[in-house]
Ligand binder design. Structure first.
Ligand code: NAD
Length: 253
């Protein structure tokens, strides 16, 4: 696939870093106009510059996905800038603390769930309203391998990522006859700034993270992004409601 998304418009949240930036760049490579969104403006503008330097079109729109008003404005700005919205990758997320369930702080629970779960729902809510008017579209939500299995010490993260899978399946059913496909990607451990932050706090965990995947390495952001862009593309026209692991075999064990 190269240039297969000419004339299309893609929105990526959490696109200042890691998996989101990689997806934004691949949408750009495929010829889509890209709306780069994040709370981090400086790094978001950097994503835009990389796309433009490669010959693509992109704009940055700042939005905190946990705030309904900001998400609604994001979708309005995206449509105002480029006239339509074909593909969205609802990807913004945070890791939260690493503590057992009985010690998990309530305020951290609320923060993780409001960004990782409510944020995905809010994005879908406003994206779908526009896509229904337009007559179709494709949405990919970032869940996690931790959306399909438990992980010790990550109660809110795991609960939120399982929730994303439920939201995805529900919307897939609701809009299957409206030209809208809704899928989730479930990355395994991927070398991004999020994982680098965890490893900076717990350096001994790298070997464990590598162990978890039968391929015995971390994924790259690009390996996740290629799956997201494929799920959005017409090549995946019969695929809706799936939670697709891209995890080096972790969940096959
Ligand atoms: P990252 O930290 O590199 O990127 C996340 C981006 O989201 C950052 O740019 C950050 O500024 C942005 N963000 C955070 N809170 C936000 C908010 N409220 N509104 C808008 N943007 C916000 O992390 P990543 O590893 O690229 O993670 C991207 C997604 O992939 C997350 O949902 C994460 O849970 C998921 N994921 C990551 C891994 C992994 O191993 N890296 C594995 C499974 C799932």
């Amino acid at each position: 696939m190269t240039g297969s998304m000419q004339g299309k418009v893609a929105l990526v949240t959490g696109a200042s870093s890691g998996i989101g930036r990689a997806t934004a760049l691949i949408f750009g490579r495929e010829g889509a106009k890209v709306v780069v969104s994040d709370v981090n403006g400086e790094a978001g503008e950097e994503t835009v510059s990389i796309i433009k330097e490669a010959g693509g079109a992109a704009i940055f729109v700042r939005a905190d996905v946990s705030r309904a008003g900001e998400v609604e404005e994001l979708i309005n700005k995206a449509v105002a800038a480029y006239g339509r919205l074909d593909y969205t990758h609802n990807n913004a997320g945070i890791e939260g603390p690493s503590v057992p369930t009985h010690e998990y702080p309530e305020e951290e629970w609320d923060r993780v769930v409001s960004i990782n779960l409510k944020g995905v729902w809010l994005c879908m809510k406003y994206e779908i309203r526009h896509m229904l008017k337009q007559g179709g579209g494709a949405i990919v939500n970032t869940s996690s391998a931790a959306g399909l299995t438990g992980v010790k010490g990550a109660a809110a993260y795991v609960a939120a990522k399982h929730g994303v899978v439920g939201l995805t399946k529900t919307a897939a059913l609701e809009y299957a006859q409206s030209g809208l496909r809704v899928n989730a990607v479930c990355p395994g451990n991927t070398r991004t700034p999020l994982v680098e932050r965890i490893l900076a706090q717990h350096p001994k965990r790298e070997a464990h993270l590598i162990e978890m995947a039968p391929v015995r390495r971390l994924g790259t952001p690009e390996e996740i992004a290629e799956a997201v862009v494929w799920l959005c593309s017409d090549a995946a026209s019969f695929v809706t409601g799936v939670a697709m692991p891209v995890d080096g075999g972790w969940l096959a064990r």
